[in-house]
Design a protein around this ligand. Structure first.
Ligand SMILES: [Zn+2]
Length: 100
């Protein structure tokens, strides 16, 4: 099987909302995650229920997807970052944007 590329997380701005995020390749898949790690297990559950993936930041600074069956793997005990989701835009901005 071909090895899929993973790269260390780097700071970058989200092109849509301009938030500072971290981006990396995780086994060939481009990941954009929130810069601030989740504070606890409940926050991770909330993110998962929200349909966001979660990633562990490894010692080598790579992001590893937390497959449900791997969540207790000791390798994944670093900070946990949720997949980035742009904050909802205020309604006024949306009306302004469409020129109404
Ligand atoms: Zn964004």
């Amino acid at each position: 099987m071909e090895h899929l590329l993973s790269t260390p997380a780097a700071l970058s701005r989200c092109p849509r909302c301009r938030s500072i995020t971290i981006t990396a390749l995780d086994e060939g898949i481009r990941v954009r995650a929130d810069l601030i790690p989740l504070p606890d297990r409940n926050a991770e559950i909330e993110a998962l229920l929200d349909g966001r993936r979660t990633y562990s930041r490894l010692r080598n600074n790579e992001l590893a997807y937390r497959y449900p069956y791997r969540m207790k793997d000791p390798v994944l005990n670093g900070p946990i970052h949720a997949q980035h989701q742009c904050p909802p835009r205020p309604m006024q901005a949306t009306i302004f944007d469409i020129g109404a």
